[in-house]
Write a protein that binds this ligand. Structure first.
Ligand SMILES: [Zn+2]
Ligand SMILES: [Zn+2]
Length: 342
């Protein structure tokens, strides 16, 4: 016998169909990011023009990300063990991130940092400016390294040399991404706030509208540290979670048109209103007039290969535009630090 579902039941079924969390794959995060950085550096992405100076920096960071990929591929389970079942269960019960950025780090992180620097040695041969940076990083004792790692994880930018911070952040990303890729979805609770990564508690670096499979048309926030992605409805501030005063700023145009979340009820015809492959909509800033911050949003409907962290890093012109309009960046890009100790 057929039973008619009540409205509330239908909504709760719809909710289940949206994957709430996309854990990072066990390989490919850094490979895809490095490839995207090289394309952006070569000015191959219409809609994200890149200056010569920025291009040089993106190529350096592409080397760093390739080194991350090499170290990531060499890690074993023993390098970065997950918390035991009791700890995971406790995190779940208290709706806490299972791999919190605060507190003790697995000791393997020192070795990961050293391996990252070693992997960058070939790159330094063609980049003389990298030689003193790597030498200074190699000379750090473990106590200083841990102090700087705490500053990087908490975005305390005045406590760390901005030239050193991206390399420390890169090593931490390897460790957290590796561990996040080993988690099971059920290990990760839903946090009270949707503005922080449910896996590690870090900020999102940017958000991304995904296409394909069950994630079709949905917006995810991309973790700056562990590369996990969690669902947040579109047209909502990823910083203060209000939705009344959101607008989208591209390099060429600002639009307030409601780029509406495709809710699960309309999933059979979700994308008719959107024209795909619009270069001006590959990356935009989502601005909020409630908290006066912005965070960028990249859209796979307009460029399949978008990579949130790389596209955010390469679109500094958009940062300038939006900052001049009076908005502050909601959080930093771990591969670019603007200011350090005076
Ligand atoms: Zn995370
Ligand atoms: Zn806001």
């Amino acid at each position: 016998m057929q039973r008619i579902l009540e409205r509330g039941e239908i909504e709760s079924l719809d909710h289940i169909t949206i994957p709430r969390l996309r854990l990072p794959p066990s390989d490919g995060v850094f490979k895809a990011r490095a490839a995207r950085l090289r394309k952006l550096a070569a000015n191959e992405i219409a809609g994200t023009p890149v200056s010569t100076e920025l291009s040089g920096y993106l190529l350096l960071m592409a080397d760093v990300v390739e080194a991350q990929d090499a170290v990531f591929a060499s890690l074993t389970d023993a390098d970065a063990a997950l918390p035991d079942q009791n700890m995971l269960e406790m995190a779940r019960q208290h709706a806490m991130p299972p791999l919190p950025l605060a507190g003790a780090r697995p000791l393997a992180w020192h070795a990961i940092f050293a391996r990252l620097l070693t992997s960058l040695a070939p790159s330094a041969k063609s980049r003389p400016q990298l030689v003193p940076v790597l030498a200074a990083l190699q000379a750090l004792d473990t106590a200083s390294l841990d102090t700087f790692a705490d500053a990087v994880l908490n975005q305390r930018i005045e406590e760390v040399d901005p030239a050193h911070a991206p390399f420390i952040a890169a090593a931490l990303q390897i460790l957290w991404t590796h561990r996040a890729s080993k988690l099971m979805l059920q290990d990760v609770p839903t946090l009270e706030t949707a503005a922080l990564c449910p896996v590690c508690g870090s900020h999102p670096v940017a958000s991304v509208v995904r296409i394909g499979g069950q994630s079709q048309g949905y917006r995810y926030l991309h973790c700056e540290l562990c590369a996990s992605e969690w669902h947040m409805v579109r047209v909502k501030c990823s910083h203060c979670e209000k939705n009344a005063n959101i607008a989208y700023q591209g390099l060429r145009s600002r639009d307030t048109e409601m780029d509406a979340e495709i809710d699960a009820k309309k999933v059979s015809a979700p994308l008719k209103a959107n024209k795909a492959n619009d270069a001006q909509k590959v990356i935009r800033a989502e601005t909020c007039d409630d908290c006066h911050t912005y965070r960028k949003i990249v859209n796979q409907e307009h460029d399949y290969e978008v990579e949130p962290l790389a596209d955010d890093l390469a679109s500094l012109m958009l940062d300038v535009l939006v900052t001049e309009a009076g908005y502050n960046r909601a959080s930093m890009n771990p591969l670019l630090w603007f200011s350090g100790p005076a």
